[in-house]
Design a protein around this ligand. Structure first.
Ligand code: COA
Length: 403
């Protein structure tokens, strides 16, 4: 088997092979090649696996994204996607070969993190990826949708206007960009995604109404893209707000919509204050809880020193990376929000696989949970609690970008 990089000329065969792996047929793109989920592919980052006879049997690609880390640093990451192996060629190591080659290429570009969304949770752990952000849906019946009077003031003095998705792409792009830079765990949506209509609504050009929130000066600072189904459910694809008061104003607007039985907010982080804003705390029904962004560290010291930290302390981490055949013992020292990370031969506080480090890296999974699950080994009393305090971010990381 051979793995080779792709170019723009491979787009047709790449898309065909990928869709066959998923048991699907490609939709027809618009005349300019846009309007389909794969229209933002970066074909200079693609890989094709070829069988002995030269036929393509496997695919993998990566997008050039930026990821916001705890503390606000924005770093380039590879967004791994379009992974598929033909049903006729599975379980022969094709994916493993693609992953090995791809990790080497990500490193060669200087990316110290790669991220992905997993179709099945059993696939990517062996390659060093761990689930790092989580998301879910909150559904509120309309008759229980009253908001409580804010007890600490409500700063919103803005306005909400309803537009069609087709009228407001530029506003969505701008607001999303402000939001993602301020949100740990959020990914960029490169301009190409918006112009090509790639991904899912509201980036993809499906018919949607969009509630756009503006601040008192008329500057857009939030939006919610939504559609009303035959069953009376108003489904909100995403609510993107540059602060909590803006989110509440958009929620108030959506919950007040006429001819609606319930409002389903997709992509709400687990620690979101929305249910606390409802007069009836039990009115919001949580569902669809799932892992979202998976993280893989390609350079442990590089990644640990890039994020911000919110408690001081020292921790020795013994990190095993069986897929890449690497092992390192790192002394992590955090002072005043920044970390140093150097090799050490001191006794470790925690022994962990690189996939577990990926899970705790953004602060969305407590190290002590992985100790209790039997994945991470705490080598001295108090080590797990200290790791919890160190790795916690300013809030739960959240990603709503689909790729
Ligand atoms: C998932 C997929 C890419 C795996 O490709 P593959 O070439 O068969 O994988 P490999 O042969 O390299 O498998 C490597 C290991 O992963 C395991 N594995 C692979 N896919 C798995 C799955 N879906 N569930 C559980 N284990 C899986 C294999 O059993 C093997 O384990 P082993 O090393 O202990 O023997 C392929 O099944 C596929 O295309 N599925 C449909 C599309 C899809 O889900 N893509 C992922 C998008 S995020």
């Amino acid at each position: 088997m051979e793995i080779r990089p792709t170019t723009d000329e491979d787009l047709g065969v790449f898309v065909d092979t990928l869709h066959t792996a998923f048991g699907r047929f490609p939709e027809t793109p618009a005349e300019d090649g846009g309007g389909v989920w794969w229209s933002a592919f970066e074909m200079d980052r693609g890989l094709l696996a070829l069988a002995e006879d030269g036929r393509p049997v496997g695919t993998a690609n990566a997008y050039s994204f930026e990821l916001t880390l705890p503390g606000g640093a924005v770093v380039p990451v590879g967004g791994v996607s379009a992974v598929g192996v033909l049903p006729s060629h599975r379980r022969r190591g094709v994916l493993t070969a693609l992953m090995r080659r791809q990790l080497a290429e990500l490193r060669a570009r200087g990316e110290f993190l790669s991220v992905l969304l997993a179709s099945e949770a059993t696939i990517y752990g062996r390659y060093g990826y761990g689930p790092a952000t989580y998301t879910g849906r909150l559904t509120v019946p309309r008759h229980r949708a009253a908001l409580a009077a804010p007890r600490a003031g409500d700063a919103d003095g803005g306005s909400v206007e309803v537009l069609r998705r087709a009228e407001c792409g530029g506003i969505l792009e701008e607001v999303y960009d402000r939001y993602r830079r301020a949100t740990p765990g959020a990914l960029s949506r490169p301009h190409r995604w918006w112009t090509r209509g790639a991904g899912q609504p509201p980036v993809a050009p499906a018919p949607r109404h969009v509630a756009v929130h503006r601040d008192p000066d008329g500057v857009p600072d939030g939006y919610a893209s939504y559609s009303l189904g035959e069953d009376g459910t108003l489904t909100v694809d995403e609510t993107v707000a540059t602060d909590d008061a803006v989110f509440t104003a958009l929620a108030r607007f959506l919950l007040g919509h006429d001819l609606v039985d319930r409002v389903a907010f997709k992509h709400v982080p687990s620690d979101h204050p929305l249910r606390w804003r409802l007069a009836d705390f039990r009115a919001a029904e949580a569902g669809g809880d799932t892992d979202w962004l998976w993280v893989r560290l390609l350079d442990v010291p590089g990644a640990l020193t890039a994020r911000g930290w919110f408690a001081d302390g020292e921790l020795v981490l013994d990190v095993d990376d069986p897929f890449l055949g690497e092992r390192g013992r790192h002394l992590l020292t955090v002072r005043d929000g920044r970390a140093e990370c150097v090799p050490t031969d001191r006794e470790p506080d925690l022994s962990l696989d690189v996939r577990d480090l990926g899970s705790v890296y953004l602060g969305g999974t407590a190290p002590s949970t992985l100790v209790r699950a039997g994945h991470v080994r705490a080598r001295r009393p108090g080590a797990a609690a200290l790791a919890d305090a160190l790795f916690r971010g300013e809030r739960a990381p959240h990603c709503l970008h689909w790729f």
